[in-house]
Write a protein that binds this ligand. Structure first.
Ligand code: G3H
Ligand code: 13P
Ligand code: ZN
Length: 312
């Protein structure tokens, strides 16, 4: 199957009460780990590229690697998405360069400016066969270069979502309900709790419309423990409980973003590998288990959290 937009995957996910995983990709091993898992489980998947990933690996390399993954996994739909696009020019460049979906994240701008910029991106994208994710509300944590302190995040205001979606024509909407980016989402000792009331209210006002959750890594404690055991120092890393993500996936949430869990899975694997094999220096030796760790983590998410296995 060629690289597709998210339109059909979201429609099926909405009606089927599951979500599609959107995993951030930065190199070949991450792309292989994710798509091998999705391919074996017959799951639709979204591969997303941030501005930072594009700066690191180069647009053309990432597109060609994703094309290779699509050729190797012809039975599953794969979407290629720009994560947190911060300008019309960046979105245009990705659409022109083969992405099927872009996010324009103007959520830090005033409401009217967010509408204006999102609308401009939507017009260009729709004219060129691509779809657009937009965002209302701000998450805590780091989004590319922007850092929002925990406690200073703003939950999405449900009373704004209908006007925003109808005026912009966006195809999906990321909302803020208490998720946040990175590996330190909650203070140790506090109980993580997503605002399902905000999600429900947004969903009620946008019937049939796909909602997106950013900052949805669960920061598995076995990865954190392994990192700390083998020379790392990540005290108090805490994520979103997977039961809450699984609950959101059954609701109007059709896309769940995961990046930090990929980083943790790979880092834990590599740290352990070098601790156990201090004399090894062939990158294939340590990247192989790291790629497998990504595959295992994604397999678990697809089956136990997203529920999109067999939905390709
Ligand atoms: O939300 C941001 C993603 O985790 C991407 O992070 O900008 O470091 O590539 P990055
Ligand atoms: P995490 O940091 O929770 O993995 O969130 C990733 C994300 O939202 C990418 O846009
Ligand atoms: Zn994000």
């Amino acid at each position: 199957m060629a690289i597709v937009t998210t339109k059909e995957m979201f429609q099926k996910a909405y009606n089927g009460g599951y979500a599609v995983g959107a995993f951030n990709v930065n190199n070949m091993e991450i792309i292989q780990g994710i798509t091998e898992a999705a391919g074996e489980l017959k799951a639709p998947v979204i591969l997303q590229v941030s501005k930072g990933a594009r700066n690191y690996a180069n647009h053309t390399y990432l597109v060609k690697l994703v094309e290779a993954a699509a050729a190797e996994n012809p039975d599953i739909p794969i979407a290629l998405h720009l994560d947190h696009g911060d300008s019309f020019e960046l979105c245009k460049s990705c659409i022109d360069g083969g992405f099927t979906s872009v996010m324009i994240d103007a959520s830090s701008k005033p409401f009217a400016e967010n509408i204006e910029l999102t609308k401009r991106v939507v017009e260009y994208a729709h004219d060129h066969g691509a779809v657009v994710e937009a965002e209302l509300g701000t998450l805590a944590g780091v989004e590319d270069e922007v850092m929002v302190e925990s406690g200073k995040e703003m939950f999405t205001r449900p009373e704004e979502v209908e006007e925003f979606v109808s005026k912009t024509g966006c195809d999906s909407l990321a909302i803020a309900i208490g998720t946040s980016h990175g590996a330190y989402k909650f203070k140790p000792g506090t109980t993580p709790q997503l605002r399902f009331d905000v999600l429900e209210e947004c969903a009620k006002r946008l019937p049939g419309f796909p909602i997106v959750l950013h900052g949805a890594s669960s920061v598995p404690q076995e990865f954190v423990a392994e990192i700390n055991q083998y020379g790392g120092n990540m005290p108090g890393a805490i994520g979103i409980p997977e039961e809450q993500l699984a609950q959101a996936a059954k609701m109007a949430v059709c896309k769940i973003n995961i990046d930090s869990d990929i980083r943790l899975a790979m880092t834990a694997s590599v740290r352990k590998y070098f601790a156990e094999h201090p004399d090894h220096f062939d990158p294939r030796q340590w990247l192989k288990p790291a790629r497998q760790a990504v595959k295992d983590m994604v397999t678990h998410k697809i089956v136990d959290v997203l529920g999109c296995n067999g939905k390709a």
